[in-house]
Design a protein around this ligand. Structure first.
Ligand code: ZN
Length: 243
């Protein structure tokens, strides 16, 4: 754990944000499940909630998931499991295999965040294919669960990377994107909205209903922020693309 105690406030913030979203009628699901729910009922008020990097402070999230009858997807860079969080710019550690195995399967979808967390644009196609396949196999072998969702390290990707992820057996993949998803979006390049600690109840509802306009300028600097809560992302579908 970091020396400061940023967990207390961010955890309260999550609690408040999720309370506000639930009160406004939103259902919180992992990304794969949210996509399924959306396919079954395009008008459903469902959000896909995602957390990147598999950090050990995620251990504080499952009880919040229960409290809000929610689910979420946790993306794990498999080469870093159980190790220091340095490669993902975190003072704590990445969860161990044992800790990951203990996460409640009915609440937490485990997704791949590649193997080494290398920016995908610096890898050749072959290197990326190895990163993607190695991570998926490790998660499925060690945790005994199917792994359908992928998250690109550093939050961006292009169609070249998306094709490689799709051919590795995943069903969806997300970038940061910072906008609402539209009907035409590639399932392997799904945009997410980035949730910030300063999003109170009113702001989080505006965020998922209208997108990140007004919140964009500081996002880039928070690509790997000191605040853990910033790692939370929200995916939601809409009939239109706002940016
Ligand atoms: Zn990451």
């Amino acid at each position: 754990m970091a020396s400061a105690d940023p967990l207390t406030v961010p955890r309260q913030v999550i609690d408040e944000q999720w309370s506000a979203l639930r009160s406004a009628g939103w259902r919180l699901l992992g990304l794969t499940q949210a996509l399924q729910a959306h396919a079954a009922d395009p008008g459903a008020k469902v959000l896909g909630v995602t957390f990147d990097d598999g950090r050990d402070d995620f251990a504080l999230v499952p009880d919040l998931l229960v409290r809000h009858d929610a689910r979420a997807t946790l993306y794990v860079p498999t080469a870093h499991v159980g190790g220091p969080g340095g490669p993902v710019h975190y003072a704590g550690r990445v969860m161990s295999w044992e800790e990951l195995a203990e996460l409640p399967q009915d609440r937490v979808e485990i997704g791949s965040h590649s193997h080494r967390h290398m920016p995908t644009d610096v890898l050749t196609d072959r290197e990326l294919a190895v990163e993607v396949a190695t991570s998926r196999e490790a998660l499925q072998d060690r945790l005994g669960r199917p792994v359908w969702s992928f998250c690109y390290p550093n939050g961006y990707a292009a169609p070249r990377q998306a094709r490689i992820v799709a051919s590795a057996g995943f069903r969806n993949a997300c970038v940061v994107g910072r906008r609402l998803s539209g009907w035409a979006d590639d399932l392997f390049l799904l945009p997410r909205l980035q949730v910030l600690p300063e999003h109170g109840g009113r702001q989080i509802i505006a965020l998922v209903e209208r997108g990140e306009r007004g919140w964009v300028p500081r996002i880039k600097e928070f690509a790997h922020p000191p605040w853990r809560m910033v790692r939370q992302g929200v995916y939601r579908t809409s009939g239109r693309v706002l940016t």
